[in-house]
Design a protein around this ligand. Sequence first.
Ligand SMILES: [Zn+2]
Length: 176
Amino acid sequence: MDPLTPDILYMRMALREAEAAAREGEVPCGAVIVLDGEVVGKAHNQTETLNDPTAHAEILAITQATQATGNWRLNGATMYVTKEPCPMCAGALVLARIQKVVWGMTDPVRGGAVSKFQILDHADLNHAVEVETGLMEAECKAVMQGFFQELRQAARERKRNGEQPEQGPETGPRKQ
Ligand SMILES: [Zn+2]
């Protein structure tokens, strides 16, 4: 067992958000923003619910945090997120001046931070975001994999029953 550090506590909070997303039929990604030891933003992916491709956990958490602090510059803030941010969210982290991002699972196919696109590691951007990866990676992966397994299972059952496929999150473990 990992010792119960603040990092672990905040990532657990992000994981609970990801689980809430899964229950709502959303790709399970959760994000928490901490500033001066206080949670100022906490959200999960709501792309399907809000019918909005920008309603990723990170974006919703940033909006909450800027509302809570009355400042769109989140200098000194840390974001805990279950999965490596996509290019859009990585861009938002830079614009929001977030100091550090900590994530669980890396996304080698679509990751926008350091994997597929290196938005958080770009010399030409006016703000650099520190990166820490692999915190509670196994738990973060398990939530994602469990969600897509259930989706595939449901799709197989619908096919067996001769029903039409349902609209919903695209299948494939790395899509968001
Ligand atoms: Zn995103």
